[in-house]
Design a binder for this molecule. Structure first.
Ligand code: TRP
Length: 511
């Protein structure tokens, strides 16, 4: 029986986990979330979400993958045969729900890296983005045609992803992250210092950090914070479970989970300085007083922050603006790719645990079907599809996955027994508080948020979209993941689940 793949070092594992966590979500998504939800005030629910759900669940996923020595599928199957379905659903939801559009956005970043070379967006970055570049259609069903340049860049992204994942874990993903992550940190710091040295930067940062506490009364600020924590930490994806299953027996799981979560959130916080200092400069360059309205005026549409407002600011920079643009979009591209590869790994790990197929074949099939699936987001109405799917999968998929994970581990496997395993191998010890968090507090918060969120969308709808469109696109994305998970579960095991461990007997710490 072949060996289970292994990381060549702890640092390699940490960088891969951090690479998965730090992604477009940290730069593109975090800054517009903070922006829409009260600037500095957003940091409060964000931090609370990190402590009450993010870190405890990260420890849970590391502990689960490590103790069961398996992908999400094998791990849940080992807890109870009936939970295998859930082990499939998590990575499939992310692969066919998020990854398909995620690669398209990385593709945009590649395009924009090139556009930066000649500031191709000209004087009207807003119309350049939606008309010239996306050629945005009016309605969701008005798909029209594939947009050529985006199709090509998305293809390149899938190709890079395939190339990295094709090799064994330690030679592919680990090596890539060892190069990507330090490069990303350096580039980001350059952007932060550069941004902060601009005129007007101080006002932008004031806007970023000064809390508008009145926003905290709004439920959607809280749901956004929890959704963002799941998204940004790659929790409920099955990724961290697979990554932890490649670790050696003695590993400080608690410390690694802590470092991964904190570095990720700190990165978002610091990247926020690069974003908001430049916004401050933009307001300054436009000659308006740095009031809240002035800031609200520079960004009209959340998601357009990176692709409209930022390019506009880049054009205004006093010197080296092309270089600044290239660095910024390169950062986004690197951050995105180091996350994209992780879901391919999570699914490859799941498929090879259950079936006797070669890793390379699985990676190739996943990337090929993924690329085909991305095509809908490359069409003229791609942005509308992206917006709806993003909303449904993040709010109604990931939060549900996190909730169910807490319930299954807290109550069926029993939090206490997983904690025993974690404490047996880690040098930092978990206290009983963790059990309570996993059994009671986290699921209670997630359950409440979920219900409020569902009520919210039923009452208010989402955006300007007609209900029928919302349900057909958003709900179907969820249903598709249910169907796929069922198919994979029903398919008979080609390996004996009990035998998939390739470790010496005493390593089977299942408690
Ligand atoms: N954590 C990532 C982020 O913040 C999201 C992510 C990780 C992701 N892995 C992924 C998205 C795989 C899609 C596919 O951006």
């Amino acid at each position: 029986m072949e060996e289970r793949p292994k990381w060549s070092s702890q640092t390699g594992f940490l960088l891969a986990a951090i690479g998965s966590a730090i992604g477009l979500g940290n730069i593109w998504r975090f800054s517009y979330m903070a922006y829409q939800n009260g600037g500095g005030a957003f940091l409060i629910p964000y931090f609370l979400a990190l402590v009450t759900a993010g870190i405890p669940l990260m420890i849970l996923e590391f502990g689960l993958g490590h103790s069961m020595k398996g992908s999400s599928v094998l791990s849940f199957r080992r807890i109870d045969r009936r939970l295998e379905w859930f082990g499939w659903w998590m990575p499939l939801l992310v692969m066919y729900g998020i990854m398909l559009y995620y690669t398209v956005i990385i593709g945009w970043c590649l395009n924009y890296t090139l556009f930066s070379l000649n500031l191709a967006w000209g004087k009207e970055p807003a119309s350049f983005f939606s008309e010239t570049f996306l050629r945005k259609a009016k309605g969701a069903w008005d798909l029209q045609d594939i947009v050529g340049p985006i199709f090509v860049s998305t293809g390149v992204v899938w190709l890079i992803t395939w190339f990295i994942c094709y090799k064994e874990v330690n030679r592919g993903i680990e090596r890539a992250c060892k190069i990507f992550m330090p490069a990303l940190f350096v580039l980001t710091l350059v952007l932060v210092f550069w941004g902060c040295s601009l005129k007007g930067a101080g006002d932008g940062l004031k806007f970023y950090l000064k809390p508008d506490l009145s926003k905290l009364k709004d439920v959607s600020v809280w749901t956004s914070a929890y959704g963002q924590i799941f998204f940004t930490l790659s929790i409920g994806f099955g990724i961290m479970i697979a990554y932890a299953s490649y670790l050696p027996r003695k590993t400080n799981l608690v410390k690694n989970a802590f470092i991964t979560s904190v570095v990720n959130c700190l990165y978002s916080f610091i990247a926020g300085f690069a974003v908001f200092s430049v916004l401050g400069y933009l307001v300054y360059a436009q000659g308006t007083a740095p009031t809240r309205e002035a800031f609200e005026n520079v960004v009209k549409e959340g998601a357009a922050l990176a692709f409209v407002t930022y390019p506009q600011a880049i054009s205004e920079l006093p010197a080296f603006n092309r270089l600044f643009g290239v660095l910024f979009f390169l950062c986004l591209t690197i951050a995105g790719i180091s996350s994209a590869i992780s879901i391919i790994e999570a699914l490859t790990c799941a498929v090879t645990d259950k079936f006797s197929v070669a890793r390379r074949k699985v990676v190739s099939i996943l990337c090929a079907t993924g690329f085909l699936g991305s095509i809908v987001f490359v069409c003229h109405s791609g942005l509308i599809w992206l917006d709806i799917v993003d909303r449904f999968i993040n709010h109604y998929g990931l939060v549900l996955a996190g909730f169910l994970e807490c319930v299954f581990i807290g109550w069926i496997l029993k939090a206490r027994s997983l904690r025993k395993h974690i404490n047996a191998v880690s040098s930092w010890n978990l206290s009983q508080i963790w059990d309570y968090l996993i059994k009671f507090l986290s699921p209670a918060i997630l359950g409440t948020i979920y219900v409020m969120d569902v009520v919210n969308i039923i009452k208010k709808g989402y955006g300007e979209y007609p209900t029928k469109t919302l349900l057909l696109i958003g709900l179907n994305a969820l249903i598709l993941s249910f169907i796929l998970a069922t198919v994979f579960t029903i398919y008979p095991w080609r390996r004996k689940p009990e035998l998939v461990i390739h470790e010496p007997e005493e390593d089977k710490v299942l408690v």
